[in-house]
Design a protein around this ligand. Structure first.
Ligand SMILES: [Ca+2]
Length: 375
């Protein structure tokens, strides 16, 4: 009797705690504690000027470790090194790929030790319309494929993801869309056993045939993402369906289970007629904008350069359709504030990258590369 009493006394607070926990979990799955940040005014932290033109659908721009040149990835299949007026195609995969609105050469990543090991990685759509990630080594400037890291069937032409980038943990990250169609018809983004609708990572240094690991799930089409090495975070532009474009900010915790960015149970913070939310801690967007201001977000970077002092530590992103650019303040915790629509615009904005000094570069699919300078 006394034993049973004691058990009841012990159990009561325990059960209360469990039910309180359930309630909190349900609540966090249906609405964010804090709504995503929205545009709160205008600013002119910088202006843009053209640095080079005449490219064929440039969709990626950046720098290679140990090299001052600007590298440009053309969606149509060439990777070019641009140093002043010298422009050279280093890799040409034009005969290996299919090019479409969301197909082609979609992502480029240089190994962190590129200066010594000369390794780099390309994400492309093969001639059958499927995803392929190849590792290259440049031997005296001549490219050679050393491994294929990923081949993945793509059910539709759209939502192939794009970005390929090395994270603070040294792994190679890839963004993959939900496979295409509207509202994720094959229920892939919430399926923990499907690589589509995910951000995945490869340990390219540890294993000969690295297995992709799912880092984040619940994405629709993470065309562009970047890492803020200073805070160990990933910033993702997840392209929306009919109403809402998302900027997601996620703390990288490699030992934790994959976090869930909501699609296709949620578009932004709105429940849509999609799937039920699967496993994983829900991460709501840090900022959103509606289709009045654009139609396809191009995720950008947290500015860590030195030329634009007023932009220091702010996250910059834009929209492919409207060419609008916004910057926002990175708040302590996981949020964002002070979203400003910048005066500068870049038409058909496909990528925001950085040069060897961390200064901003913009790729416009219309054919030109721009950079940010003081207003
Ligand atoms: Ca989402």
């Amino acid at each position: 009797m006394r034993g049973r009493m004691r058990r009841a006394i012990v159990l009561a607070p325990l059960l209360a705690a469990i039910f309180a926990g359930c309630g909190a979990a349900e609540q966090s799955a249906t609405a964010p504690e804090q709504p995503p940040a929205r545009e709160s005014g205008r600013a002119a932290h910088f202006k843009v000027e053209q640095v080079a033109s005449g490219f064929n659908r440039p969709a990626w721009v950046g720098a290679a470790p140990g090299d001052d040149a600007v590298w440009v990835g053309e969606q149509t299949g060439r990777l070019l090194r641009v140093a002043g007026s010298d422009r050279r195609a280093v890799i040409d995969v034009r005969r290996q790929i299919r090019v479409g609105a969301e197909q082609g050469l979609l992502g480029v990543a240089f190994h962190p030790d590129f200066a010594t090991n000369h390794r780099l990685y390309l994400h492309m759509t093969d001639r059958s319309g499927n995803t392929r990630v190849d590792e290259y080594v440049l031997e005296r400037g001549t490219p050679r494929v050393t491994r294929t890291l990923l081949r993945l069937d793509q059910p539709e032409e759209n939502h192939n993801g794009g970005q390929l980038a090395f994270g603070p943990d040294g792994r190679l990250y890839l963004g993959l869309g939900d496979g295409g169609g509207a509202f994720d018809p094959d229920h892939r983004a919430q399926d923990p056993d499907d690589l589509l609708g995910k951000i995945i990572a490869f340990d390219v240094d540890g294993q000969a045939r690295p297995k992709p690991e799912i880092v984040l799930l619940g994405l629709r089409n993470p065309w562009r993402f970047s890492f803020d090495f200073a805070l160990g975070e990933i910033w993702i532009g997840d392209v929306g369906q009919d109403t809402t474009e998302e900027v997601n900010r996620v703390l990288l915790e490699p030992d934790e289970p994959p976090k869930n960015l909501g699609w296709s149970a949620f578009e932004g913070t709105e429940r849509v007629d999609g799937d039920e939310l699967g496993d994983g801690e829900v991460v709501w967007p840090a900022a959103t904008y509606s289709h009045r201001d654009g139609c396809s977000v191009t995720g950008g970077v947290v500015y860590r350069g030195t030329r634009l002092r007023r932009l220091a530590g702010r996250y910059l992103y834009g929209d492919f359709c409207s060419g609008a650019l916004w910057s926002l303040q990175v708040t302590p915790g996981q949020g964002a504030a002070d979203v400003r629509r910048e005066r500068a615009t870049v038409p058909q904005l496909a990528h925001i990258g950085t040069d060897a000094n961390g200064e901003l570069l913009f790729a416009s699919v219309s054919g030109a590369i721009f950079r940010a300078v003081r207003p």
